[in-house]
Write a protein of this length. Structure first.
Length: 238
């Protein structure tokens, strides 16, 4: 038998998923969650978001409010302890404040929106494979979850790590090659460390590095401004 608290949480999740999907369809042209054959919600972002079960009753009480407040305090302690957690967890934990109407959209979605808009505004459209890969890469990085109010700081740290950690960079470059293959329908051309790129490769280690270095400079310039611009908060209400 489902407890009152579980019913409340399930209803909370269902409502939150609906609003998140509406937001992603409007700004990213695809939903974040989809329903699988078992009737549960699963994420379209790999290795980050877990299936969410849903039921249909909503019950609220002072005990539930106290529980939500305790969970928020737990989240802060986990951040201080350096525990890694996904953007999906942050979205779920923001659910209590979101349902109470404290903001138009959850902070995690505001963060990824700001990141996506900055990437798309400062990477050439011809390098779509790089920009889309970087957005997916950043969306699944725990540094974004830990810095929801300063997402461009998190993005700066992510780009710096790509440029300074060869193993991480080579995996990112491999993902770019896969993304380019999806765009063109051609087989991916993987460049091995220390080897020359394939003649038909659209993006090489050198060109990817140049794009990331250019983006890093723009990020550093943006963050040096006294009050660097925040992404406008889209209204999810119909």
């Amino acid at each position: 038998m489902t407890s009152p608290r579980q019913k409340y949480v399930n209803e909370l999740v269902e409502t939150l998923v609906e609003k998140i999907n509406r937001f992603f369809k409007q700004y990213f042209k695809q939903p974040l969650f989809r329903e699988n054959r078992k009737g549960t919600k699963e994420s379209l972002l790999p290795n980050t978001l877990k299936p969410l079960d849903g039921e249909s009753s909503c019950i609220s009480s002072p005990k539930i409010e106290d529980s939500l407040q305790t969970e928020d305090q737990d989240l802060q302690r986990e951040i201080l302890l350096g525990r890694k957690f996904s953007l999906a967890e942050a979205i779920g934990r923001e659910g209590g404040s979101f349902m109470k109407g404290e903001s138009a959209i959850p902070r995690p979605l505001r963060a990824v929106t700001e990141i996506k808009q900055f990437i798309n505004s400062h990477i050439d459209p011809s390098a779509e494979a790089i920009s889309s890969t970087l957005f997916t890469w950043a969306s699944t990085d725990s540094r974004v979850s830990r810095q929801l109010d300063t997402p461009l700081v998190a993005l700066t740290q992510i780009v710096e790590s790509l440029l300074s950690e060869p193993t991480t960079f080579y995996e990112f470059a491999r993902q770019v090659a896969i993304a380019q293959s999806h765009l063109t329908g051609e087989r991916p051309h993987f460049q091995q460390p220390g080897q020359q790129p394939h003649p038909d490769a659209e993006h090489t280690h050198q060109s990817i590095t140049a794009e990331l270095q250019s983006l890093l400079k723009r990020l550093q310039t943006q963050l040096q401004k006294p009050h660097h611009g925040q992404t406008p908060q889209p209204n999810l209400k119909r």
